[in-house]
Design a protein around this ligand. Structure first.
Ligand SMILES: Nc1ncnc2c1ncn2[C@@H]1O[C@H](COP(=O)(O)OP(=O)(O)OP(=O)(O)O)[C@@H](O)[C@H]1O
Ligand SMILES: [Mg+2]
Length: 289
């Protein structure tokens, strides 16, 4: 589980601190790794922000993989409420059973369904819990989670049960910055902003997804990609996931990438609005072959 640093990089942390060091499928920067390991050591949630498509969600999968732990996901929507993450009491099923079934409806525990947060506390082994896109929910949502995230315990009123985490889950919370998060919530988290990868790091990320990519194709694509990101006035600059899609399309189509400075095939994988398309075309690059 412990990965060695490259020979030229001295190990500055105590043995055992560096539990997460990326995986073969996920390239980390040193600050990201340190944030993950600090959150693990402090047993605090890690709040991850960054441009869309910079690997926030996938990070949770790779922390789980790297630490050999199960991953529980809680994908937040505009209607999600904090209590649903702990458990829901399925009264509809109980009513249905009492009318049409032969199940024992007096046993209420059969109708208590743990949500991802509740399940992560109840788990016998330590798990990684992803609370994805926390900013999608109502403004009160993060505040409603504070108590349970602090105590890692909750009560099920209907069955008079108290559930307390045997092992505090490793909690990763992602946000796209759609809403400001409350200070009381922020105080409890370790925070990390995924900086947009610089070229060298991006090359390594691309190679994870396309191990056999030819050096020239990689060079051409990366150079064009960063040139596109630098076009003034883009509303939405293309990010890592879009670069990966673009390379996949170029490879499938067998495009000669030496012409990318003047012609940009599959621009729709990179640029997602007509206004941004116009901005790019105004720089003198053609859209297609
Ligand atoms: N550091 C990385 N190493 C390997 N792959 C990466 C890395 N960063 C991003 N990717 C790839 O980019 C794609 C997008 O990642 P992901 O869905 O996690 O982004 P996100 O930040 O959650 O985006 P959004 O904010 O839109 O939800 C995935 O295919 C992922 O594998
Ligand atoms: Mg995501």
């Amino acid at each position: 589980m412990f990965k060695k640093r490259a020979a030229e990089e001295p190990e500055i942390f105590a043995p055992g601190f560096r539990r997460f060091a990326g995986t073969e499928g996920y390239i980390t920067s040193a600050p990201l790794e340190q944030a993950v390991n600090a959150a693990i050591a402090l047993e605090r949630p890690l709040l991850i922000k960054g441009e869309p498509g910079t690997g926030k969600t996938v990070l949770a999968e790779h922390i789980a993989q790297g630490l050999s732990m199960p991953l529980l996901r809680w994908h937040i929507k505009s209607t999600t409420q904090a209590a649903q993450g702990l458990y829901v009491y399925d009264t509809v099923q109980r009513l249905h059973d009492s009318r049409f079934g032969d199940a024992d409806v007096s046993d209420i525990s059969r109708y208590i369904k743990l949500g991802p947060l509740g399940a992560s506390f109840a788990s016998k082994e330590q798990v990684v819990l992803l609370i994805d896109e926390v900013d999608k929910a109502d403004i009160e949502f993060p505040n409603d989670l504070l108590h349970e995230l602090d105590t890692m315990a909750f009560d099920i009123a209907e069955t008079d049960e108290h559930i307390e985490a045997l092992h505090r889950p490793i909690v990763l919370i992602t946000s796209n910055n759609e809403k400001e998060l409350p200070d009381a919530f922020l105080r409890r988290c370790v925070f990390h902003y995924i900086e947009f990868p610089e070229r060298k790091l991006m090359e390594r990320i691309v190679r994870v997804h396309f191990p056999a990519i030819e050096a020239q194709l990689l060079d051409d694509c990366i150079a064009t990609f960063y040139a596109l990101r630098a076009v003034e006035g883009l509303r939405k600059r293309p990010s890592t996931s879009e670069l990966l899609d673009w390379i996949a399309a170029l490879k499938r189509a067998g495009v000669d990438t030496s012409q990318l400075a003047v012609k940009l095939p599959f621009l729709g994988t990179l640029i997602k609005s007509e206004r941004d398309l116009e901005q790019v075309v105004a720089t003198g690059r053609g859209r297609g072959y």
